[in-house]
Write a protein that binds this ligand. Sequence first.
Ligand SMILES: *Cc1c(COP(=O)(O)O)cnc(C)c1O
Length: 410
Amino acid sequence: MALVNVHFLNLQNNYLFADIAKKVNAYKVTHPKVDVISLGIGDVTQPLCPAVIEAMHRAADEMATREGFRGYGPEQGYDFLREAILKNDFLPRGVRLDIDEIFINDGAKSDTGNFQELLHWDDHIGMTDPVYPVYIDSNVMIGRCGSHKEDGGWSNVTYMPTTAENGFVPEIPSGRPLDIIYLCYPNNPTGTVITKAELRKWVNYALKNDALILYDAAYEAYIQDPDIPHSIYEIRGARKCAVEFHSFSKTAGFTGIRCGYTVVPKELTLSDFDGNRISANQLWLRRQCTKFNGTSYISQRAAEAIYSPEGKKQVKAVIDYYMENARLMLTTLRSLGYEVYGGENAPYIWMKTPGGKGSWQFFEEMLYTAGVVCTPGVGFGPSGEGYVRLTAFGTRENTEEALRRIKEKL
Ligand SMILES: *Cc1c(COP(=O)(O)O)cnc(C)c1O
């Protein structure tokens, strides 16, 4: 008998964005004349930049020749891309990594989920709340989260609320020590960032408690403030306690191309029951070689092109475009009296619902009166109740039109 992995049955049925889509589609059917604008899902809208497209064309042409054809590539990724990453994303910030510490992936979502395979099922997890739902669901799948509670949380997860009240700074929990800590900065969904001093507290906590930090830096390219860390390895000691996930999805519009990378330092070790230290880098390499056959050559050449002089300029221009949307949203919404956060070093605006309304109630109000789609904050965790998320990934025209409607109709 093929018994099912019962942990999958604990997953909460409706995926947030499926719920939203259902409501939006129902509204579109009954209001066919309204041009609904989505500031909901975190997907980009601007096309790939010319340097990337040229690199992809070249790579495709190479594949068409006997000499240039490539079959299976290295599971960890091609050296040309790993070297470009070391040279451009880390060296300028004073972080020296070895090429074997970089693992090219097909996007950060898979690896933030996959990495927890290396960890004992009974490890205790802590995460900020609200949070990117993938961290929770991928752990539910192997039974690490315990049971689902009425407030939307899980019994074996320590939630560290980040709200306007605490300035979106997660507090180190005083209860049961954490074994695994998920941090995402700049944050999705709140759009807020962490200072070096605050991040240092987490690194020190992890070192002291022999905990592992899974650090998601998918939005680091959006950081504008020079004092905000782009990588956890800017903090001393982090190589001993942290894995870092990067993605070209938001950096360079790769949501449909699929490429990112994971950093697993050689100094990072995990413990077995006898206290032996096991190299996380070796385990991850073994795992990848068994279950992953690499990211496509064309995607990796595309990613490499981001680091060329033209590529850098073009990618920055697109990021500036989205950040101008964010600036417009922040200033307009503030001038209308809304309480808004984030949006200065991240493409997300985290908006407090006016009058203490629930997230879903305000979501419906925005949809039904202004024809604008946002994401209900409570979908990201219990502490997201009373907020909605707006993304700056729209086109300028749609962003301006959405703001006009919010101003006139809400
Ligand atoms: C978009 C996003 C990612 C990137 O996912 P990809 O699989 O690389 O497209 C990772 N983490 C967070 C928090 C995100 O919002």
